[in-house]
Ligand binder design. Structure first.
Ligand code: FE2
Ligand code: FE2
Length: 247
């Protein structure tokens, strides 16, 4: 079962650390316990039981109102069919682009809410505002900002490798940029830096990323500075493998 930690006021981090040949990496989901509970990211298909059991420690998975995916990729939404199937009143909330480019062309027949920048989902006490953040790191990418706890859900931005504690205060900005260069998930720095400016203006108290620990407001500026000052875009490597470029 995924590890469960309440990070702040009704926001639970469900985390599974995977060891790939000595390289440890975490997959987090965030459960918001509210009148209408929401699960942000589901994890991959094979993680479903471990994540569902962790959800069940906090709320009845059958009472989930929303499953949110922030871009169309397996660690975001591999478990969506079964989470939605087990919660009859639930809807999948995603970006308009995730729906138009991907979901609508798959054999998915669950309830979908496609959102654009500025839309808000009201969970009760928590209000989730959608930010469209294209090319960070997918075309359809978006993030969420919970106005109540001033929590940002940046998905793959502010990534940290390793078996991190639930809350990270350390400056791991350079390590983040080096990991991004190694795995090659960003085509270019510019769209990311544009989003970073926007995120900084939101002045979040928390950054709940999908990989690593949740960042406090003291830690976030370290990561922001690294993204402004260091290179992190694709440099010819995919998941650590240098590509043989044709002459
Ligand atoms: Fe991703
Ligand atoms: Fe991810």
């Amino acid at each position: 079962m995924a590890r469960i930690d309440e990070i702040t006021d009704g926001i639970y981090r469900l985390s599974t650390t995977v060891d790939d040949d000595g390289f440890e990496f975490q997959f987090n989901q965030f459960l918001i316990d509210d009148d209408r509970p929401a699960l942000i990211h589901t994890g991959m298909y094979g993680m479903y039981e471990g994540v569902r059991d962790a959800v069940a420690e906090v709320v009845d998975p059958g009472k989930l109102a929303y499953v949110v995916l922030l871009h169309f990729e397996a660690d975001e939404c591999g478990g969506m069919d079964r989470f939605l199937g087990g919660a009859p009143e639930s809807a999948l909330a995603c970006s308009a682009l995730s729906n138009d480019l991907n979901l609508s062309g798959w054999n998915f027949d669950g309830r979908v809410e496609a959102h654009r920048d500025g839309d808000v989902i009201d969970l009760g006490r928590h209000k989730l505002r959608f930010l469209e953040t294209p090319h960070v790191h997918h075309w359809d990418s978006m993030m969420l900002f919970d106005e109540t706890t001033r929590s940002l859900f940046p998905s793959d931005l502010f990534i940290q490798a390793g078996d991190q504690p639930p809350v990270v205060t350390e400056n791991l900005g350079s390590e983040m940029c080096s990991l991004y260069r190694e795995v090659g998930i960003f085509a270019h720095e510019e769209p990311v830096r544009r989003v970073v400016d926007r995120l900084e203006a939101l002045d979040p108290d928390w950054g709940h990323g999908m990989h690593g620990g949740s960042l406090t407001r003291e830690a976030l500026p370290h990561f922001v500075r690294a993204l402004r000052e260091e290179p992190f875009a694709y440099q010819g490597k995919l998941l650590g493998r240098p590509l043989e470029q044709p002459a």
